[in-house]
Design a protein around this ligand. Structure first.
Ligand code: TTP
Ligand code: MG
Length: 588
């Protein structure tokens, strides 16, 4: 995948669009942040007052004289007391402000990230199978889990402090300019240097972070892949090799992060050296001015105090630009996921479909997964409602693909598929998929109870309906024999049940869904003959009154069908009535 073509400005803009529902919260955080400025401005004041008006001989600044009662202005002790009181009051109020800010920030950040994650997850579910198959699921997990919080780092911890720093900077600057223009300009001389440094480094850091995140996601993809296939890994005794594969990937990501830490550290060092140079220059020139009597000692102390405060926002703005690059790289990855267009899309005014009759036609349907190698070529046939279709063909012939197209997991490259005479693209996607009940070769269960697994398509189904479905699927007896019956947890992917048991639960699921079209992709290929018999018996019942597509290799299975489609190399080599039981359905 090429790196996403986002400029920083575009990224910031999108982060703010994403954060806009929390606009007022962000504004509140900004206001509380801005309140920091008066506190910072006032902090060195008590010291200056003491130096000039208590220890020294100068009168209080005019604005303070106006604020304080005359009795205090006249007494040095009283002024000292006021200065001491100011120290405590400033500290207390300052901390209170910090506390409020922290609370609001935490709340907003958590909400922001939750919403963004929910959006990413929804979108990931909408994306085509093709996307997940090529990208691997862990990369998506990583984007939802580790990349999504970037939005918070950018909006709250990056940009808002940047704005407040800028405001602090301006106010500090105007005060310093007021006290001594020359010294202020000397102090400001380092600003272009700081800007240049952060520009230079941010570009380098961003591309570095982009790479590091990709490497880290790849390392954890190894963990996920291995844990999902832990049986196979153990069976082949390949634990050490997988371990080594993980460590190799993780070390690469570690090395990349170390390089980034070094770059960031170096940048911070250079920034600190630059501001220290500025301070040294002001100290040097300021002391000379005091010697010549052009500046009071209090003023020099004040300027030096402000200088530290002036450089803090300058330095932190430059650091922010650099440290944000990691978050920007993450935001880039998260937005790239959102920008991935689902290949199968619903029309704007798609038709609702309550219950189809179940007539299916393919008209010159061709399809290819990669756009190059055709998997299906010019497939045409017509299946009347209620027919039983057996699909045969050697492995890799395209049988599963044919079914996937019917359910619109993919759209054909050319040709069209009709359900009840209407192109399936015209239906609402959800309604269309509701017309199918599928039983796969490898049944997929979720880590929930047996009852919840059976009721997957109808979560509100009453318990009696679940039991009835289980009975119909010949699963009731074995479920009842389990210690916890229908409440038994099946473990992740249903791994605590045998293959045949899982298969019968997925059959029960199909019974409960009661869809007009039934799709069976070799449902008995993984079970023994006895289980196959019970499953087939249940299937006979399930097929009544439904259009059924049954993929099968065994002749005995295919003989239950009324229409037979045979695929070879993606082409239909035979479409006709099954030899076993002739039926009056015609196949075109
Ligand atoms: P399938 O349609 O999966 O073949 P099949 O169902 O007929 O085979 P089996 O009996 O083993 O279940 O695949 C047809 C071709 O498409 C095959 O050559 C592999 C290729 N293919 C992809 O390129 N990408 C995919 O995601 C899938 C599912 C298949
Ligand atoms: Mg298949």
């Amino acid at each position: 995948m090429p790196p996403a073509p986002y400029t920083s400005r575009k990224l910031y803009w999108r982060v703010f669009r994403e954060a806009s529902p929390y606009g007022w919260h962000l504004f509140g955080i900004l206001l509380i942040g801005l309140l920091a400025t008066p506190f910072t401005l006032l902090t060195p004041l008590p010291l200056a007052i003491v130096a000039d008006s208590v220890l020294g001989e100068q009168p209080l600044p005019a604005w303070l004289q106006a604020l304080l009662p005359a009795a205090i202005v006249g007494s040095r002790e009283a002024i000292l007391g006021v200065a001491a009181g100011m120290v405590v009051a400033l500290a207390g109020l300052g901390k209170l402000r910090g506390l409020l800010g922290a609370l609001l920030t935490t709340y907003t950040a958590a909400q922001l990230v939750l919403n963004f994650r929910a959006r990413l997850f929804r979108h990931a579910q909408r994306l085509s199978l093709a996307y997940h198959d090529t990208r691997g699921s862990y990369d998506t997990v990583y984007r939802v889990q580790h990349d999504a919080p970037a939005i918070q780092w950018i909006a709250i911890d990056g940009v808002i402090p940047f704005i407040t720093s800028a405001v602090t900077l301006i106010s500090m600057l105007s005060v310093t300019l007021h006290i001594h223009r020359g010294l202020a300009l000397v102090a400001l001389g380092v600003a272009p240097l700081l800007y240049g440094l952060s520009r230079l480094y941010s570009r380098r850091l961003r591309s570095g972070w982009r790479g590091a995140k990709k490497l880290e996601s790849a390392a954890f993809a190894v963990v996920q892949e291995v844990l999902n296939a832990v049986r196979v890994v153990k069976a082949f005794g390949q634990e050490d090799r997988e371990q080594e594969r993980f460590v190799r990937q993780a070390s690469q990501s570690l090395a990349a992060k170390l390089r980034l830490a070094w770059s960031e550290g170096l940048l911070n060092l250079l920034l600190a050296l630059t501001t220290a140079t500025g301070t040294a220059a002001v100290l040097f020139l300021g002391a000379r001015l005091v010697q010549r009597g052009e500046l009071s000692l209090g003023e020099l102390l004040l300027i030096l105090g402000y200088l530290a405060q002036l450089y803090k926002p300058l330095e932190s703005m430059s650091q922010k630009v650099a440290s944000l690059q990691s978050s920007l790289a993450s935001a880039e990855r998260a937005f790239a996921l959102l920008d991935e267009a689902p290949e199968v899309v619903e029309l704007l005014h798609a038709r609702p479909l309550h219950r189809a009759r179940g007539a299916v036609s393919f008209e010159h349907v061709s399809f290819s997964y990669d756009g190059a190698r055709p998997v299906l070529r010019e497939i045409s046939f017509h299946i009347p409602a209620g027919a039983r279709v057996g699909i045969a063909g050697s492995t890799g012939a395209g049988k599963t693909t044919l079914i996937s197209l019917l359910m619109r997991f993919y759209d054909p490259s050319s040709g069209r598929i009709l359900l009840d005479g209407v192109n399936i693209r015209r239906y609402k996607l959800r309604d269309l998929r509701n017309q199918f009940a599928i039983v796969l070769q490898e049944p997929v269960l979720f880590s929930a109870s047996i009852a919840e697994n059976i009721a997957y398509a109808r979560p509100n189904a009453p318990h009696e309906a679940i039991v009835a479905a289980a009975r119909a699927a010949n699963a009731h007896d074995f479920i009842r024999a389990l210690p916890e019956g229908y409440a038994t947890a099946v473990g992740e992917r249903g791994m605590r049940l045998s293959g045949g048991e899982r298969q019968r639960i997925s059959l029960a699921r199909a019974f409960l869904k009661d869809a007009p079209i039934l799709i069976l992709d070799e449902p008995t290929s993984a079970v023994d003959v006895t289980t196959e018999a019970t499953i087939m018996e249940a299937l006979e019942r399930l097929m009544v009154g439904r259009t059924t597509f049954m993929i099968a290799h065994r002749l005995s299975t295919l003989e239950r069908c009324t229409i037979r489609l045979e695929l070879a190399n993606g082409q239909l080599v035979q479409a006709g009535e099954a030899r076993g039981k002739a039926h009056d359905h015609a196949a075109a």
